[in-house]
Design a protein around this ligand. Sequence first.
Ligand code: ATP
Ligand code: MG
Length: 583
Amino acid sequence: MIPVRAYFRLFSGYLRPHRPKAMLLGVILSVSIALQLVNPQLIKRFIDQAMAGSAASSLTPIAIMFMVVAVSHQLLAVWSTYLAEQVGWSATNQLRADLTDHVLYLDMGFHKSTSPGELIERIDGDVTALSNFFSSMIIKVLGNAALIAGVLIMLWRESWMVGLTITVLTAGTFAGLFRLHGVTVPWQKAIRATSAEMYGFIGEQIDGTEDIKASGAIQFMLSRFDSIQRKWLPQVIRGWTGWAMMWSASMALYFASLAAAFVFGYWLFGIGALTLGSVFLVFRYVEMAHHPIEQIREQLIDLQKAGASIERVERLLARESALIQGGDQLLPDGPLHLRFENVTFRYDDEAGDNVVLEAVSFDIQPGRVVGLLGRTGSGKSTIARLVTRMYEPQEGAVQIGGVETRKIEITELRRRVAMVTQDVQLFRATVRDNLTFFDESISDDSLLGVIHQLELDEWLASLPAGLDSMLASGSGGLSAGQAQLLAFTRVFLRNPGVVVLDEASSRLDPATEVLLERAVGNLLENRTAILIAHRLETVARADDIVILENGRVVEQGERELLQADPKSLFSRLLATGMEEALV
Ligand code: ATP
Ligand code: MG
């Protein structure tokens, strides 16, 4: 019921480096439990000696002992909690790092279908639940179970009748609690499912407020809201009833145990079988056993939740990238040959009429620049994603430098093939970190060198604090043009052999435009490139032209030849303008 085995299956590897600390934790816990058990014994001795009329001088050491033991126990409790949290968190931080790493290597298909919120919940929420699991499991459940066992042993030592009675009562309560817990788990699950439905519904409503009002769907939405509420209320009541049942069960035990302690104490003291100190001792132990039972009861629900977290984390870890890993080929230096061979591609794997690219073939010699044209939705950005291996084609092959992309070592591919997309992603960091992707091995000198090569010194000078200027995340306070310039510098730093530029479709101001043109010219020097163009001026620098329509290549050839041929689609485009002919 408590997912201990699943937990250790997932976690033993992460806990191994912390074994010394875990052992220390075990020792501290044992000592602290022993101290807790010793303390009532001291009181017993104190009472018995006081009753026997001992001098204060012989009582004082016992009192001092009592205080020392009590304070030490508190200190050890703090220390053990600290250690348990530390071990729990360091182990789970490693798991967090591994999960993040794993997720970063998953294919784009996964990322498109998984919302960022969900990933945060998996990597952070579930993992935090697991780290709590460690501390509550060790301290609260194991520690408390040991304490209860200790208390029972002590009670048996005092009087077998008391020991037996309390043991039976405790065992009975635990059996009852576990049974009840089993019954209430589905109730709790139902509440969580309905509350997820409720919040999902509310989120959707808030997103769609305008449309809902405009289409007069308010009444309908309210009645749906109502029906979810109606389902929710009885579930919540039932859930709390379950909680109350468990609470009453453990309280009932507590009172039954106290009553037993009282009855036995009265009787055994009366016949002289127990001293007054022993009677007090029995009471004290019965009281002590109550607290851990309460804690274990509270933990049961959390531990159950940890089971669900473990399951989700394991599922995420087991999720394999749709991209076949394990390519080991490296690429030659310099500009690279790029070839699409009968590439057919759809975003979702099921065959159907949702084909985005159909039998696309083209061949780009090293160092040549291809202008890719096509109306919106024709598949241009998709081609870019296949070149950079964000996705894998279902049929045909993409070859770079004569090697199929799936056979190229993935970091090599990422290093040698670069893409600047329509929306540049900026990080909340300095311009320097945004350019180097936080790689501190890149010196400012080489950065400035690259900026100079791209003729972007002016751009750098226009930033408020040069390389130290802070950017915000998203589009980061830079204009679209400036962001593109930053992205070019990023790409240039890596010195790739293939560059794919997905031109921003928004128009830029003329000054930035000039900078951009110059930077593109410098960037493309001695590289193979695909220029995805939304304006005809952009393709003026292309050597070849490829025109896409509905995922098929409808025309390709040398730009100058196509331009000279009045029957070509490209020359018609030039004559009428891109917007008119394509869009
Ligand atoms: P634009 O000029 O507007 O940038 P594009 O030529 O770049 O258009 P693509 O982005 O390649 O067009 O899209 C081609 C087709 O694939 C479109 O029909 C689009 O709806 C679809 N598509 C694009 N991305 C995805 C995705 N992640 N999942 C499913 N379908 C997609
Ligand atoms: Mg696009």
